[in-house]
Design a protein around this ligand. Structure first.
Ligand code: NAD
Length: 259
C-alpha cells in the first residue's frame, strides 16, 4: 500500500511512534525516524533496517532551530508524503502546581512542534495534491484528565489543529486527521503499572483488571490497547485506503468515549 511513500514519524525511538515506524515499513514505506539522542536514533535505525528503507534524524522538535534542521534533512531525502506528529510529553501533576513555564513547555512540545512541521510540509503536499498528516492526540483531548490538565489541553489543541488544517485541504487529495489513543501498553506504561502493582502487593494481571474497573469503567475492552492496535489504525489513515476520511478525530480507546 505504501511503496514509494516517504514518511516521517516524530518521537519514534519508543512506544507508539516506534510501532508506527515499524508498521509503515512493513507496508513498504520509506521511513524517517526521529529522537533526541544520536544513540537511540542509531540503535533504532539498525533495529528496523531489516524491515525496509529507514533513516534517522536527531532533533529536539520542541525547539525551532532543531525543527528547521530536521526539515532541511527531510527535504534532502525527497518529498514527504506522510507526516506523523507523534511525539509528546505527559506528567501527572496537580493543576495548581503547574507553572507558566511548564505550560509553555507543554505547548512547545505537544502542539508547536506539530504546527511547525505542518507549516513546512502541508503546502508542498497541497502543491503536489497528495499527502497525509496525522497528529497523535489522545482520548484525554476530549475527556480531560484531572491530574493531567496541561496534557489534556494540548491534546485538545492538536485535535483542533487537525480540523483547522483539514479545512485547508478542501478539494484536494491531501488529508489531515488526528488519532486519539486511549490507555496503550507501551514500555513506559508497563513500567508504571508494574511499579504500582508491586506497591499494592498485587500481581500485574489482577492490578490491571482492578485499574480498568476503577479508573476506566466505561472502557468496553477493559484492557490496554497494544501499540500494534494503535499503529495499524495510524497506518490505515496514512494509506490511500483512507481517502474519504478528512478532518476526523479517530479514537482507538476501546470505547471509553461514546457519543
Ligand atoms: P513515549 O514516551 O514512549 O513516546 C513519546 C516519544 O516522544 C518519546 O520517544 C520521546 O523521546 C519523544 N519526544 C518527547 N519530546 C520530544 C522532543 N522534544 N523532540 C523529539 N522527540 C520527543 O510514549 P507513547 O505512549 O508512545 O506516546 C506517543 C504519543 O502517543 C504521545 O503523543 C502520547 O501523548 C500519545 N498517547 C499515548 C497514550 C498511552 O497510553 N501510551 C495514550 C494516548 C496518547
Amino acid at each position: 500500500q505504501l511503496s514509494n511513500k516517504l514518511a516521517l514519524v516524530t518521537g519514534s525511538t519508543s512506544g507508539i511512534g516506534k510501532g508506527i515506524a515499524e508498521t509503515l515499513l512493513k507496508e513498504g514505506a520509506e521511513v524517517i525516524v526521529n529522537g533526541r539522542t544520536e544513540e537511540r536514533v542509531n540503535n533504532l535505525v539498525e533495529e528496523l533496517s531489516s524491515l525496509g528503507k529507514v533513516h534517522g534524524i536527531v532533533a529536539d522538535l520542541s525547539k525551532a532551530d532543531e525543527s528547521e534542521k530536521l526539515v532541511d534533512e527531510v527535504k534532502k531525502l525527497g518529498n514527504l508524503d506522510i507526516l506523523i506528529n507523534n511525539m509528546g510529553m505527559f506528567e501527572v501533576k496537580a493543576f495548581e502546581e503547574v507553572t507558566d513555564e511548564e505550560w509553555m513547555t507543554y505547548f512547545q512540545t505537544n502542539v508547536v512542534s506539530a504546527v511547525r512541521l505542518s507549516r513546512q510540509f502541508l503546502p508542498e503536499m497541497l502543491a503536489r495534491d497528495t499527502g497525509r498528516v496525522l497528529n497523535i492526540a489522545s482520548e484525554a483531548g476530549v475527556k480531560p484528565l484531572a491530574q493531567m490538565i496541561p496534557y489534556s489541553v494540548t491534546k485538545s489543541s492538536l485535535i483542533s489543529l487537525s480540523r483547522g488544517l483539514a479545512e485547508l485541504t478542501k478539494g484536494t487529495n491531501v488529508t489531515v486527521n488526528s488519532v486519539l489513543p486511549g490507555p496503550t501498553w507501551t514500555d513506559g506504561v508497563a513500567g508504571f503499572m508494574k511499579g504500582a502493582a508491586a506497591e499494592e502487593g498485587k500481581d500485574l494481571e489482577k492490578f490491571t483488571e482492578d485499574y480498568f474497573k476503577d479508573n476506566e469503567p466505561t472502557s468496553l475492552i477493559q484492557r490496554f490497547a497494544t501499540v500494534e492496535e494503535v499503529a495499524s489504525t495510524v497506518t490505515f489513515l496514512a494509506s490511500p485506503l483512507s481517502s474519504a476520511i478528512n478532518g476526523s478525530a479517530q479514537r482507538v480507546e476501546g470505547g471509553i468515549i461514546r457519543s
